[in-house]
Design a protein around this ligand. Structure first.
Ligand SMILES: C[S@@+](CC[C@H](N)C(=O)[O-])C[C@H]1O[C@@H](n2cnc3c(N)ncnc32)[C@H](O)[C@@H]1O
Length: 434
């Protein structure tokens, strides 16, 4: 019941799962492993939502939008157990029917849930045979196909069904091999350390000392391709919550971290305090704010649709529509132009977004190259260990999740050069006014 009410509030109120977890009475009453189970059921249902609904539509004799929303939430929670978690069908069916009866005693939901989940356990192929990209709304699946090709979109969908990895970025003075051995983690080719599932972050060594912070391996590349920046003046224009700014400061740069959001800057401040790194922190709108002095480098991690990190927030797929995405390119271009006014001639701009859609990535960069004082400074393979396969012909980087099994079945692909990560587009430009 906790899982179903979580799902219901995420879908009905537009809350994300993390905030729904803090406000759910049924979930609150649970302890230990039960809490983990309720969360896993809700999270799995959200990961596969469109595909679960596609299967349910074949098992119910009326359109899904005519099923009461709470009953639909219970059904989705039931299917997540039967199909995705391989819970014994009798256990999943009886517990889920019980939840429907208790939650909505007056409705006939219990009967429907019982009948449909029995069918679901007898006919798992209604879910397994569906195209993996049906997990998303159709328009979004089409956009992924356009951006990544049909195989890339399918791989992205398959990876979204699994819990994403958790990676740590270590301060440069920490020895990655020793640290990884201590926590039984894995050192990735880019230097990040990947945790084993289920480790509690605050229990790891070095947490209080601020020796590391959580950051997806792909997210580290934007700051990395700035190269040697010790002593240089670097502006991070969209800095909160601070993963990339902390990398820059840890590499010895004189960092100014700017962000428009006071709330997000509070999180950045807490992160910076824990890690003991030094930087100047400023609230402002990068389109109009200007530094006292022009700087050597700017990192612009622009606001974007974030459609490359859906495996961490799958519910976001159902909050967006094409119109809500159309506003980004104009803001991104305005921020990129503003960055030019802050750089010294010959200075470097890193432009980065966490989406695979070229309208927010490559096209914004090409637009600036065609009409502004910029030169592309292609990223070289030797600069991006672990992400060589993610380099585009133009010398930009487009990282993406990689299914481990796909590496094993493609012997030409070097596993060390294909780190499984979130989607990041990174381009490096030189400011070259005439
Ligand atoms: C992708 S997030 C940045 C993540 C951050 N770089 C990191 O690595 O942790 C984008 C940020 O841009 C900020 N932002 C959006 N519009 C802005 C603007 N006009 N000026 C400055 N910051 C802005 C948002 O508040 C948000 O924190």
């Amino acid at each position: 019941m906790a899982a179903a009410t979580l799902l219901h509030s995420v879908m009905a109120s537009g809350a994300d799962l993390d905030s729904a977890l803090t406000q759910n009475e049924a979930y609150d009453r649970l302890e230990g492993a039960d809490r983990g189970l309720a969360r896993a059921i809700a999270s799995n249902a959200l990961r596969a939502l469109g595909r679960i609904d596609g299967g349910l539509a074949q098992l119910i004799d009326r359109p899904l939008d005519q099923v009461e929303a709470p009953v639909l939430a219970v059904l989705r929670a039931g299917v997540a157990q039967i199909w995705m978690q391989q819970t014994a069908p009798y256990a999943a069916v009886s517990a889920t029917v019980e939840a429907a009866r208790r939650w909505r005693p007056a409705s006939r939901g219990g009967k429907l849930v019982n009948a449909v989940l029995r069918r679901a356990s007898e006919r798992p192929e209604v879910f397994t045979d569906l195209d993996p990209t049906t997990i998303w709304p159709d328009w979004l699946a089409n956009r992924y196909r356009a951006a990544l090709g049909p195989d890339g979109a399918t791989a992205l969908a398959e990876v979204q069904l699994r819990e994403p990895p958790v990676d740590l970025t270590l301060k440069p003075r920490i020895n990655a091999e020793d640290f990884a051995a201590e926590i039984e983690g894995e050192v990735l080719a880019n230097g990040s350390v990947r945790l084993k599932a289920g480790r509690l972050l605050s229990d790891l060594p070095g947490y209080a000392a601020g020796d590391w912070w959580v950051q997806d391996a792909g997210a580290t590349q934007a700051a990395r391709v700035l190269g040697e920046i010790s002593g240089k003046r670097v502006l991070d224009l969209c800095a909160a919550p601070g993963g990339k700014a902390m990398q820059l400061a840890a590499a010895g740069a004189q960092v100014t971290a700017l962000d428009i959001s006071r709330q997000r800057l509070d999180v950045l401040r807490a992160n910076v305090e824990r890690t003991g790194l030094r930087m100047e922190i400023t609230e402002g709108d990068a389109r109009t704010w200007r530094p006292d002095q022009k700087v050597d480098a700017v990192l612009l991690d622009a606001p974007c649709s974030a459609m490359g990190v859906l495996r961490r927030h799958p519910e976001a797929a159902w909050r967006r529509d094409p119109a809500s995405l159309s506003k980004y390119p104009r803001t991104q271009r305005a921020l990129l132009d503003a960055a030019g006014e802050m750089l010294q001639p010959g200075g470097t701009l890193i432009y980065c977004v966490c989406t695979p859609f070229s309208g927010e990535g490559r096209d914004v960069v090409e637009g600036a190259l065609n009409s502004g004082p910029w030169k592309r400074s292609p990223i070289r393979p030797d600069e991006v260990p672990g992400f060589v396969n993610a380099l585009t012909p133009e010398g930009d980087l487009l990282t993406a999740p990689v299914a481990r099994d796909s590496i094993a079945s493609a012997p030409t692909q070097n596993a060390a050069d294909a780190i499984d990560s979130d989607v990041f587009f990174v381009s490096r430009l030189e400011y070259a006014p005439i």
